[in-house]
Design a protein around this ligand. Structure first.
Ligand SMILES: Nc1ncnc2c1ncn2[C@@H]1O[C@H](COP(=O)(O)OP(=O)(O)OP(=O)(O)O)[C@@H](O)[C@H]1O
Ligand SMILES: [Mg+2]
Length: 459
């Protein structure tokens, strides 16, 4: 796109057209001058124009009609109206229909040019805004990672930074936290995005099968190897290989994987030819690999090879402020997928969703929402519609009396109630600790002490 702004001038009077064209071209604009408004509308369909200037009074199609057509198809395109001196009413009317400005003929050149200049600026601003919006949308649609917590923002910024490199990435987090989503985001924002994203679940196969799954095999290398087969490493050439549940890899395969990561070459099972591939590896696990290294079940050298860039994804209960966003996001998605209207949660039900600990993280949240949206007949989902585990015994929103199991002593019970109240205050305060402390009527330092004591994290 060139920097020159393009202007379309429409006037049935050829003399005026020529004057306008000359003036605007002198001012550095690219100008198309047409004396037939219908043709001008066709022209707009096919060309990119920044500003339209149209005469008001024309046979066949008036300036007002041109204005209306333009506003209908290109609401952001500024239109300037030219009216003959003395027909101010029609100019005022045109403004009401969304004209950007009007110029009365005969006009002073500099006034006309000033008005055009302003219209061009507006047009540019619109265009810039649109570009920004598109890039945001694109970013959102490639990532599909929803969240405003610091944890999620940090994750996205690591994804962006690591995407350009070929560094191996280790994604860790509890089950259902979004490890695979992050792996895909890395691939689809990287220069390899046109290449394949190949995923292998290391837990899904026994060690022997996994080896040929990863590296492929030569025909006849074992019973059942009736044909030569390319493994996932080869399939992922020029793309990304996602090794899920890497903590489940046998010691034997850990050695083999280490070699590929170091040398980027391998042989098919039963083969002698060295195959080299250009891949980026992203590995994921919900196990504590460092601890496995200590215990001697995971090779230390492989751990360091994988752990070049580490993306830890915290569980949902440590970033509760993301819950309302996820609820809204999945709510819309589920409604669309099932062809049902979006249903809202009552504010009390929302509180339960935000306060629940979500051991199954985002996947569990997704399932609960789907069940509620599909099963509840009305448009509002209330607390009574939530699954028992969410409004159940463990919920921090039950009344204090309900929380009193006979076998617990007073101190323990009061601690539980206190912890529950603190969590509730945090949710109400949108996770601003100072505000939550205020709601509870306690000092900030006491609040901090209690958060530590009950091991409560908001972010
Ligand atoms: N931040 C997020 N925004 C939107 N959707 C998310 C987010 N995180 C996870 N999801 C969705 O939650 C579901 C579970 O995510 P994913 O499969 O990536 O988790 P995982 O960590 O790989 O789980 P597991 O350990 O069980 O394999 C997917 O449907 C994913 O799209
Ligand atoms: Mg997964």
């Amino acid at each position: 796109m060139s920097d020159t702004s393009r202007i379309l001038v429409i006037d049935d009077e050829k003399n005026y057209l020529m004057v306008m064209q000359a003036l605007l071209m002198d001012a550095g604009y690219e100008v198309t001058a047409l004396n037939d408004p219908e043709m001008a509308l066709h022209f707009l369909e096919e060309s990119e124009v920044d500003v339209v200037i149209t005469d008001m009074k024309m046979p066949r199609l008036s300036g007002k009609e041109v204005l209306q057509s333009v506003k209908k198809s290109w609401p952001d395109l500024p239109v300037l109206i030219m009216t003959a001196f003395g027909s101010i009413e029609s100019a005022v009317e045109a403004m009401r229909y969304g004209a950007f400005d009007y110029i009365t003929k005969p006009f002073a050149n500099d006034e006309m040019l000033l008005s055009v200049h302003n219209a061009v600026e507006l047009s540019k601003a619109h265009r810039q805004y649109k570009l920004l919006q598109e890039s945001l949308e694109e970013r959102y649609s490639t990532h599909q990672i929803i969240g405003r917590s610091k944890a999620i923002r940090d994750t996205l910024s690591i994804v962006d930074r690591v995407a350009l490199s070929r560094s191996t990435v280790l994604v860790t987090g509890e089950s259902g936290t979004g490890k695979e989503l992050v792996a895909r985001a890395i691939h689809f924002t990287s220069p390899r995005k046109e290449g394949p994203f190949v995923s292998v679940n290391c837990m899904a196969f026994n060690s022997g099968v996994l080896e040929s799954e990863l590296f492929g095999h030569e025909k006849g290398s074992f019973t059942g190897a009736v044909a030569t087969r390319r493994g996932r490493f080869e399939q992922a050439d020029h793309g990304t290989l996602f090794l899920d549940e890497i903590g489940e890899l046998s010691m034997d395969l850990q050695v083999k994987l280490l070699r590929v990561l170091q040398e980027r070459v391998f042989e098919r099972v039963g083969g002698t030819e060295s195959i080299s591939v250009d891949i980026r590896v992203v590995a994921a696990t919900n196990r504590d690999l460092a601890k496995m290294v200590e215990e001697g079940t995971f090779r230390e050298d492989l751990f360091y090879r994988l752990n070049v860039v580490h993306i830890p994804i915290p569980p949902l209960r440590e970033r509760r402020e993301d819950i309302p966003l996820l609820v809204a996001h999945f709510g819309e998605k589920i409604a669309e997928d099932n062809g049902i209207p979006v249903k809202a949660f009552s504010s009390e039900a929302q509180n339960y969703l935000t306060g629940y600990d979500w051991p199954g993280n985002i996947r569990q949240l997704q399932n609960v929402l789907e069940r509620c949206m599909v099963m509840v007949p009305g448009n509002i989902i209330g607390v009574e519609d939530l699954p028992p585990e969410i409004r159940g015994e463990e919920s921090q929103f039950k009344s204090a009396v309900d929380l009193l199991p006979v076998e617990l002593n007073l101190a323990d019970t009061l601690d539980r109630i206190e912890a529950a109240l603190i969590k509730r205050a945090l949710v109400r305060a949108d996770f601003v600790q100072a505000h939550a402390a205020e709601l509870l009527g306690i000092s900030r330092s006491l609040m901090q002490y209690k958060l530590k004591k009950y091991n409560i994290t908001g972010h």
